[in-house]
Structures are given as structure tokens and as C-alpha cells.
Design a protein around this ligand. Structure first.
Ligand code: GLA
Length: 409
């Protein structure tokens, strides 16, 4: 009996000593006031996969400025998988010394010197999808390291996470970023498996809603145990999620494939639909070798303004008939964006009688009533004013392409 009570007293004493020395309360909430409009930038994965090094990243940062992409609003230069080297004896991660001989701090400094922001990638599991060291068990050390390097954006992947719960794992890295004390955009990349839209808004700033994008307009690429998805397939998976998006927390239908080989009409449709969905616009092409056409698509400020609209409402499919879809996105100041998307292999006529079609968006409650208000129409791809809503609109939409209109009072 005496022995037991002594043991009990001893345990109480050590618990007290421990709790006195450990009074830090974890903060599982993301840094606010980041990504108030969908983040815009570049990421290495879609074009370069594991083939990343510091020269590439510097050249892409240079190109971001030289091509006018920075002026158009693209900010983040994000290195995806495979930058990693080994952990040191204390467990701190270091970049691959052959590929990044100057170190990550020097690279982040370079990117910052161009007026851009620097992003990096890790994984909640034991290893990244590319088999590099993951952050599991090292979350606080990794976040501390990223903060020391000057990281502004972390994409956090979900490979090799057996036994982990997504919400808890992402909260852990959020708490680690908080503890490290440097605001970073947190891109949750668990492919929509565990409904990140339900728990993600307080934890991160954007969350992937699907598996990986595939550089094809209307295809599925079956890898056996997993699939990657074409532009249309990814778009179709966003519709029921729009109520979860808003300033600071976005559905992420994955990075752009514009400039990676699809024809201009498909690139234009892809870029337009991502803008209609208020998607993060993270380009994935080689900015050093962009064709004038790709540059024109990616830097179209009138289309970018649809994506970046401060109301932050994700657009929606309003009607679909014979592979011709009408998409609507309410914008700030009572404006609307309308996109007619032709998914078929043939050109299709479109006719829209504004006055006969009063519209109320169930999510934002915005109203478009052309019988009461006349809107001016502008085509942001041709940069032309094209009349008003007094007359029905008629046009032909080429195959795998869009006709877009901006409506303003
Ligand atoms: C996953 C992600 C991709 C990319 C790769 C890197 O597949 O979804 O976006 O980051 O891993 O290995």
C-alpha cells in the first residue's frame, strides 16, 4: 500500500514538472488573410515531374517576370516532389545537394528578389509519392526548416499514409506551421478522399478535390490501381462542391495543363472553365518556352479577373444540352460571367434570350434579371463589346471551345 501511494505521489510530481515545462497550446488553425482570391503561380510537376533543380527554378522565376506572367498576377514559384535529399542526424531535412547545391534558403531568396513567392512540397506520410522522405513524425522540424528557408506555400501530399486520418494529419502540419511562425498557404492534396471540403476551410487554403489531372481534354488514363483525369472529367467532379469555396478556402481541381500540348481551343476552354470555377491557377508548363498563343491565354487579364473576382463564388453549370453547356459565375458589383462550353466534336450554335431567362443563384443568392436591368455584354477573349441583354445572344461555339461573356450593369 505504502509502495503504491509513493509511486502515485512520484507520478503526480513528474506530471506537474512536465506540464509546467510544456504549456504551449497547439493552434490547429491556418494563417488567415492568405489566398483571399484563388492562388496563382507555377508548379514544377505537370511538366518536369522529378526533374527539378535550382537552375530550372531560377530560370522559371526569371521567365515569370519576363513574360508578363507576374504582372498578370502569378505569384508563387512552387517546387513539387523530388527536391529532397536526406535527413541529418537530428532529423532535419535538406535538399538534394546535387540538384540544389546553393541550398533552399538561397533559392527562396532569389525567388523573393524577383518579387515572387516561394513554395515547396511534402507529404503527410512516411515517403512522398516520388519515394522521397515524407514529413510523418517530423512535421514540426520540417515546418521550422521551411520557415527558415522562407517558404510561403506548402503543398502537402497524401502518399504512404497508412493508418493516418487525413483531418488529423493536416491539422498537425497546420499546427507545425503555426509554431514555426511564418505564414504559409497550405495546399491540402489528399485528392478529395476524405471530404477535405468539410474540414479543410479552417486547416488549409485550398484542397484538391480529385486525383491527378491528365493532359487531355476528354479522357481517362487508367494506371491500373489509380486513374488520372482529363480536363472535362475533373470539371464534372466539382459541381456539388461549390458551396464550400470562398475567399481563403478554395476547391482545387488540380494544376493547369495549358501549354503542355493540347490545341489552343482546348487550352482556352480549360483555362476558362478553371476561371469560372474560381480555381487556383497554378500553371504547369515550361514558362521559358511558351508559345505566344499559350502566353496570350495565360495572361488574359479579362479572363483572370473572372477567376480572381473578390466575391469568390465558384461558378456552376446552369444548363446542358447536346454537349453544349451554359455556365454562370456571379461576380462582385452585380456582374456575371457566362461561358458557353462546347464539349462535342462539331461546332454548335448557341442562343440565349436574357430577358426570358431570369436567374437566381441558390448558393450566393445573386440575381440576373435582364427583364429588370439591362446589362452590357463584353467578350473577354476577343476584347470586344458585343451589345446588351436587350437582344437575345446568338453565336457559334467551335468544338472543344468556349464563348464567354462578361455582363455588367
Ligand atoms: C501526387 C500529387 C501530384 C504530384 C505528385 C508528386 O500524385 O497529386 O500533384 O504532387 O504526387 O509525386
Amino acid at each position: 500500500m505504502k509502495k503504491i501511494s509513493l509511486l502515485f505521489l512520484g507520478m503526480c510530481a513528474s506530471f506537474q514538472a512536465f506540464s509546467q515545462g510544456n504549456n504551449y497550446v497547439q493552434n490547429y488553425k491556418k494563417f488567415d488573410n492568405l489566398a483571399l482570391t484563388p492562388p496563382m503561380g507555377w508548379n514544377s510537376w505537370n511538366k518536369f515531374a522529378c526533374n527539378v533543380d535550382e537552375n530550372l527554378i531560377k530560370e522559371v522565376a526569371d521567365a515569370m517576370v519576363a513574360t508578363g506572367m507576374k504582372d498578370a498576377g502569378y505569384t508563387y514559384i512552387n517546387i513539387d516532389d523530388c527536391w529532397h535529399g536526406e535527413r541529418d542526424a537530428q532529423g532535419f531535412i535538406h535538399p538534394d545537394a546535387k540538384r540544389f547545391p546553393s541550398g533552399m534558403k538561397a533559392l527562396a531568396d532569389y525567388v523573393h528578389s524577383k518579387g515572387l513567392k516561394f513554395g515547396i512540397y511534402s507529404d503527410a506520410g512516411s515517403q512522398t509519392c516520388g519515394g522521397r522522405p515524407g514529413s510523418r513524425g517530423y512535421e514540426f522540424q520540417d515546418a521550422q526548416m521551411y520557415a527558415e528557408w522562407g517558404v510561403d506555400y506548402l503543398k502537402y501530399d497524401w502518399c504512404n499514409t497508412e493508418g493516418l486520418k487525413a483531418e488529423g494529419a493536416y491539422k498537425t502540419i497546420t499546427a507545425a506551421i503555426r509554431k514555426a511562425g511564418r505564414p504559409m498557404v497550405l495546399s491540402i492534396c489528399e485528392w478529395g478522399n476524405d471530404k477535405p471540403w468539410e474540414w479543410g476551410p479552417t486547416v488549409g487554403h485550398l484542397w484538391r478535390t480529385t486525383g491527378d489531372i491528365y493532359n487531355c481534354f476528354d479522357c481517362i488514363n487508367d494506371h491500373g490501381t489509380w486513374k488520372s483525369w482529363g480536363v472535362m472529367q475533373i470539371m464534372d467532379k466539382q459541381q456539388h462542391l461549390r458551396q464550400y469555396a470562398g475567399p481563403g478556402h478554395w476547391n482545387d481541381p488540380d494544376m493547369l495543363e495549358v501549354g503542355n500540348g493540347m490545341p489552343a481551343n482546348e487550352d482556352r476552354a480549360h483555362f476558362t472553365m478553371w476561371s469560372m470555377m474560381a480555381a487556383p491557377l497554378i500553371t504547369g508548363n515550361d514558362l521559358r518556352k511558351m508559345s505566344p498563343q499559350t502566353k496570350e491565354i495565360l495572361t488574359n487579364k479579362e479572363v483572370l479577373a473572372i477567376d480572381q473576382d473578390k466575391l469568390g463564388v465558384q461558378g456552376y453549370r446552369y444548363a446542358a444540352k447536346d454537349s453544349l453547356e451554359t455556365w454562370l459565375k456571379p461576380l462582385a458589383d452585380g456582374k456575371w460571367a457566362v461561358a458557353f462550353l462546347n464539349r462535342s466534336k462539331k461546332p454548335q450554335p448557341v442562343r440565349f434570350d436574357w430577358k426570358a431567362t431570369p436567374i437566381t443563384d441558390e448558393v450566393s443568392k445573386a440575381e440576373l434579371n435582364a427583364a429588370k436591368t439591362t446589362y452590357r455584354l463584353r467578350n473577354p477573349w476577343t476584347h470586344k463589346d458585343v451589345g446588351t441583354t436587350k437582344k437575345a445572344f446568338a453565336a457559334t461555339v467551335p468544338s472543344h471551345d468556349v464563348v464567354v461573356l462578361l455582363l455588367s450593369k
